[in-house]
Design a protein around this ligand. Structure first.
Ligand code: 13P
Length: 359
């Protein structure tokens, strides 16, 4: 059933010149990223880190919404202000990851199915009460020898559609995220074929199960070469393949397409999005933007190191990526934008080493 409220939320999530910040890593994933940098994997460190991100001054200028994890949506700043209030106060729409991760698909070695449909309606009702207005569910498709199988694509598409319907019935806009992984040595051509089949199957299922397409946001991978492929496609090739693929299978009814970054480097993910707008901006029937996790957060996480003294630098690093990606979503990103941030960071590092040599 059509809901003016959900349509308005979906439109606001992809409003022009801004995107969505994904900070919904499960505790497990967040801890792994912390441990790689020598950060203790504690609840308090996760809370402090998410506070740093969500209280970044000016973030709302480039971010329409942020996706949180179950632990985070219940947390507060150090002074006791709920994160949900912090976000509402600066106009960042609250989103929540509702899948509970992936497990092996029975009888299909190397393939995964996403979990979380049991009891989903009750969890949605609780998240709505807490203040969520949209949700996310990620399906994972792996490219390899003789995979993905048809069974895997269909099982994941069915689950995505079921999730999307339950969200719409419960009052949340679903972000539908079928991610074709960039792991492997496959070519961009293979990524195109698989992504097209996956998205086609997802839209068949959404239609079959009665999901209102005007009330979803699609979160796909870009069409790129596998990360171990010796022949890496150029930025214009990625832009062309991705936009062609989306135009072939994504109905004009959806309000927006917001890409995941999937392990691409920060600058490359931004450059790919920018190129899509530079080349095809006027031909796109939906808003085309970002919903990056790693490609938004990584520089901030690396700078933070659990030190209060680093919070400002980490926040500027996040704001910088948000600003670059916001510009890319309008086709206005340039390498000069990166250089000014590098200079600011070099200045900050010089100051830090001066201060520590005075200790
Ligand atoms: P990445 O941009 O790091 O791929 O994360 C996006 C996301 O939400 C994954 O589910």
């Amino acid at each position: 059933m059509s809901s003016p409220k959900l349509i308005a939320t979906a439109k606001a999530m992809v409003a022009s010149g801004k995107g969505i910040l994904a900070i919904d890593e499960s505790n497990n994933t967040c801890n792994k990223r912390f441990e790689k940098l020598g950060i203790a994997p504690t609840e308090e460190n996760r809370r402090t880190y998410r506070e740093l991100l969500l209280t970044t001054p000016g973030l709302g200028n480039y971010i329409n919404g942020a996706i949180l994890y179950d632990e985070t949506i219940r947390q507060t700043t150090k002074d006791g202000t709920p994160f949900v209030k912090v976000m509402n106060d600066v106009g960042i729409i609250v989103g929540i990851k509702v899948d509970i991760g992936v497990k092996g698909l029975p009888n299909h070695p190397g393939e995964k199915i996403t979990q979380g449909l049991d009891d989903l309606s009750n969890r949605i009702a609780e998240y709505v009460k807490i203040g969520a207005r949209f949700a996310k569910w990620r399906a994972v498709i792996t490219i390899g020898k003789e995979i993905p199988s048809r069974d895997c694509i269909e099982a994941n598409a069915q689950a995505l559609a079921r999730y999307a319907l339950l969200c719409q019935q419960g009052g949340l806009v679903p972000i539908v995220e079928p991610e074709v992984l960039m792991d492997g040595d496959h070519t961009i051509k293979r990524c195109y074929v698989v992504t097209e089949e996956v998205l086609g199957t997802v839209f068949d299922q959404l239609h079959l199960q009665g999901v209102v397409l005007e009330q979803i946001i699609l979160k796909p991978n870009m069409v790129i070469s596998g990360k171990d492929c010796p022949q890496q496609a150029s930025i214009p090739e990625v832009a062309k393949a991705t936009v062609n693929c989306l135009l072939n299978v994504v109905t004009t009814a959806v309000q927006g397409v917001a890409f995941l970054s999937g392990g691409q480097s920060n600058e490359l993910a931004t450059a790919h999005l920018n190129e899509m707008h530079v080349r095809f901006g006027s031909k796109l029937p939906w808003s085309l933007t970002f919903s990056f996790g790693r490609a938004m957060q990584q520089p901030a996480l690396e700078l933070w190191k659990v030190q209060d003294a680093n919070v400002k630098a980490a926040q500027s690093a996040l704001l910088h990526r948000a600003k670059c990606n916001g510009a890319a979503s309008l086709g206005k990103y340039s390498h000069e934008m990166e250089r000014s941030a590098e200079l600011a960071l070099a200045g900050y590092r010089a100051l830090q080493s001066q201060l520590s040599s005075q200790d």
